[in-house]
Design a binder for this molecule. Structure first.
Ligand code: TRP
Length: 458
């Protein structure tokens, strides 16, 4: 195999393969399901601008740092920190946080991904057609309250993810990214062309790109920052692990920019697909997580060819989710391969099954069982929101904070500089990047973190 392949772990066969796989990880439910509704909740344009700033000033510098750790060690997350910091160093806990996070995030993410897949089936079979708004609202509630359907969708989605991860780096992760990502782009552009013809497009465009300073709020700043982590797959070693399959001569900075740009463009296009549809149909957008699963189906049901549009949209959502779930499972899998010497087959099977089991209480989120409404009544939140809040609001910022500090202050300048420069034409930005990573990033991330644990600075 090509140079830089440590002990047959696998490497990306091509530069574009890496970019597609990493962008596949980044582009997911975060872009198409979550970003549009948090944009709606935070009033549009001003929030979008903040978000762009967070991606450029916090997300991108951390992504470069994460990929650097992986590429320089050619190891997955726990082993990489062991190699750079010493076997028993406290920094190794960053690796453990990553593996734990991989289990937790994937366990609830795959539930929502399963719903997306379920909606593909509903669209294809025409189950969403000709329904009233109330019926469509009830249809979503039913999915999240009927544990059986939700669990089945979770199991199917996890099985797909496991099958792809078992294929390995080149024949699994890269091959599927090469198929799913172009298909995703094609569907997105198709829907965009459709949305462009709608009367609500202008209003939607102004909503997403119109800047009104008075819409800016402190809470919006923190939401934008937190989301920039999640959407770029940072803080748990997913980019680190993908970076470990990179050859030594690839340009980390240039690739990171390409990944961040693709991710951002797709999030913005998702807004320009969704809002023209909901605005044209005159439907309320600021209703949180139900935007994609309730508002959109209502809008589709009022449109000619709605079933076809719905099918394409939910297939797009499922594809985006799949290339993300692959990357989360890869973090858990590669830990057992690198640290325990397991075969990829066994590592995938064990982690994947454990995560599926862990996801079952999340799949019961709306059901009247202990992990659903029972837990919510007694403790104020159900299992799903407990796991999702703890992992994305606490563990991810903690991981990102640690990674930024580690690369900025602990790693030697020699290694950092060499990694930054290898194959890159961005060498002149080294000092700038390092300065941002040393001072700006830790402070910004610390603010998100404090907010997550209930201490509001703004
Ligand atoms: N970035 C993906 C999204 O926006 C989710 C994701 C994939 C992720 N891998 C990750 C989030 C690792 C955090 C960490 O949907």
């Amino acid at each position: 195999m090509a140079g830089g392949d440590a002990k047959g772990r696998g490497t990306w066969a091509s530069g574009i393969g890496f970019i597609l796989a990493a962008a596949g990880s980044a582009v997911g439910l975060g872009n198409i399901w979550r970003f549009p509704y948090i944009t709606a909740e935070n009033g549009g344009g001003a929030f979008v601008l903040l978000y762009l700033g967070c991606i450029a000033l916090v997300g991108l510098p951390i992504m470069i740092a994460e990929i650097m750790i992986g590429r320089s060690t050619q190891k997955s997350t726990v082993s990489a920190f062991r190699q750079l910091a010493g076997k028993k160093s406290p920094w190794v806990s960053l690796g453990w946080i990553g593996v734990l996070c991989g289990y937790l995030i994937l366990s609830f993410y795959a539930v929502v991904a399963g719903w997306a897949l379920h909606y593909v089936v509903r669209s294809v079979t025409g189950a969403l057609a000709g329904k009233s708004a109330d019926q469509l609202q009830a249809a979503f509630t039913q999915l999240s309250t009927d544990g059986g359907q939700s669990i089945l969708a979770l199991v199917v989605f996890m099985a797909l993810t496991m099958a792809m991860v078992m294929g390995g780096v080149e024949k699994g992760l890269e091959r599927w990214a090469r198929i799913l990502m172009p298909a995703l782009l094609l569907m997105l552009v198709g829907l965009l062309v459709y949305s462009f013809t709608l009367s609500g497009f202008g209003e939607a465009f102004r909503f997403v790109f119109g800047f009104h300073a008075h819409d800016l709020t402190g809470a919006g700043v923190l939401e934008a920052l937190g989301h920039s982590f999640f959407t770029l797959s940072l803080g748990m070693g997913a980019m680190l692990t993908y970076g470990s399959y990179l050859r030594r001569d690839t340009d980390i900075v240039g690739n990171s920019i390409a990944i961040a740009v693709l991710d951002t463009v797709i999030a913005l296009l998702a807004c320009l697909v969704i809002f023209p549809i909901t605005f044209t149909a005159g439907i309320e957008t600021a209703q949180g997580p139900g935007l994609v699963f309730i508002s959109l189906p209502i809008a589709f049901s009022k449109m000619a060819g709605g079933s076809i549009l719905a099918t394409v949209f939910f297939a797009l959502l499922s594809f985006a989710a799949l290339t993300s779930t692959i990357s989360m499972l890869e973090v858990a899998t590669s830990y057992f391969i690198d640290e325990r010497g397991w075969s990829r087959h066994k590592a995938t099977l064990v982690s994947g099954s454990a995560i599926t089991l862990l996801g079952i209480p999340s799949a019961l989120t709306g059901a009247t069982v202990f992990f659903g409404s029972g837990m919510k009544e007694r403790f104020g939140r159900d299992w799903f929101s407990l796991v999702s809040d703890f992992s994305s609001n606490i563990l991810l910022p903690l991981g990102g904070f640690g990674i930024a500090l580690f690369v900025a202050w602990k790693v030697g300048d020699r290694l950092r500089h060499d990694e930054f420069l290898a194959g890159s034409s961005f060498g002149k930005f080294y000092r700038l990047w390092l300065g941002v990573l040393r001072f700006f990033v830790p402070i910004a991330v610390a603010l998100v973190f404090l907010k997550a644990i209930g201490i509001n600075i703004f």
